[in-house]
Design a protein around this ligand. Structure first.
Ligand SMILES: [Zn+2]
Length: 96
């Protein structure tokens, strides 16, 4: 049946999705504001409306790093007799 007939209060309109001609009363507004026919009408996918929870990636609390210790420990033992504290001169010839 041709759509070019008179219907009081109605008019011819083109579906924004498929491009076919319909009467305006047969078109519905889709979620993306397109005026579409019954075959092209669909609801918005619910997954598009999901909001991901905001992730907390920081730590609960912190404190400033301790200052560097300027005076290190003494590596000279005071309980094991005499110790050499200098680098000996010469080269090692492999003999022990
Ligand atoms: Zn259509």
């Amino acid at each position: 049946m041709s759509l070019n007939y008179y219907k009081p209060g109605d008019w011819n309109a083109i579906c924004d999705s498929c491009g076919f001609k319909f009467k305006a009363s047969q078109l519905r507004k889709r979620w993306d504001e397109f005026m579409v026919c019954e075959n092209d009408w669909e609801t918005r996918h619910p997954q598009e409306l999901i909001r991901a929870p905001i992730e907390k990636v920081g730590v609960e609390w912190t404190r400033p790093e301790a200052p560097d210790v300027e005076d290190g420990p003494s590596y000279i033992s005071e309980s094991s007799g005499n110790q050499e504290t200098t680098i000996p001169s010469g080269t090692f010839d492999g003999s022990l």
